[in-house]
Write a protein of this length. Structure first.
Length: 134
């Protein structure tokens, strides 16, 4: 049964959620670093090793962010492939009213919300609604 991956297709939404949770992202970190450099005393500059350390931290943050985005894209691709793999299979799924139904998966449509199954002529069924595959 397909498992819906974390939706990170919209980076703006992810950044907004981070700010709401009080987590600084790479843009916030860069703004702080630039602000620090602009406001330092030219007669008493900060320690260059400290600046190098901050740039290293920024680089690490950026690479972790890139890795996370790659993993989320891979998870989304796998989710799509699992949905396509259901075509021609008989499945049991939970309908919107909470009852179970069984039918043949006829097609998969890819929408902005993710893949949607058409089962025995009924479209718009999310793969996560599938409870059994035969």
């Amino acid at each position: 049964m397909p498992v819906n991956p974390i939706d990170a297709t919209n980076p703006t939404t992810a950044a907004q959620q981070s700010r709401q949770q009080g987590i600084l992202g790479k843009d916030d970190f860069l703004k702080l670093l630039i602000g620090q450099m602009q406001n330092q005393d030219p007669l008493s500059p900060s320690d260059p090793t400290q600046q190098m350390s901050q740039m290293t931290q920024f680089s690490i943050l950026e690479q972790i962010t890139n890795l996370s985005q790659s993993q989320q894209a891979a998870a989304s691709n796998e989710y799509d492939q699992q949905a396509v793999g259901l075509i021609g299979r008989t499945v049991t799924y939970v309908q919107d009213d909470g009852t179970s139904a069984t039918g043949l998966v006829q097609s998969v449509t890819f929408t902005s919300r993710g893949p949607e199954l058409t089962i025995d002529g009924t479209g718009g069924i999310a793969p996560v609604a599938v409870t059994e595959v035969r």
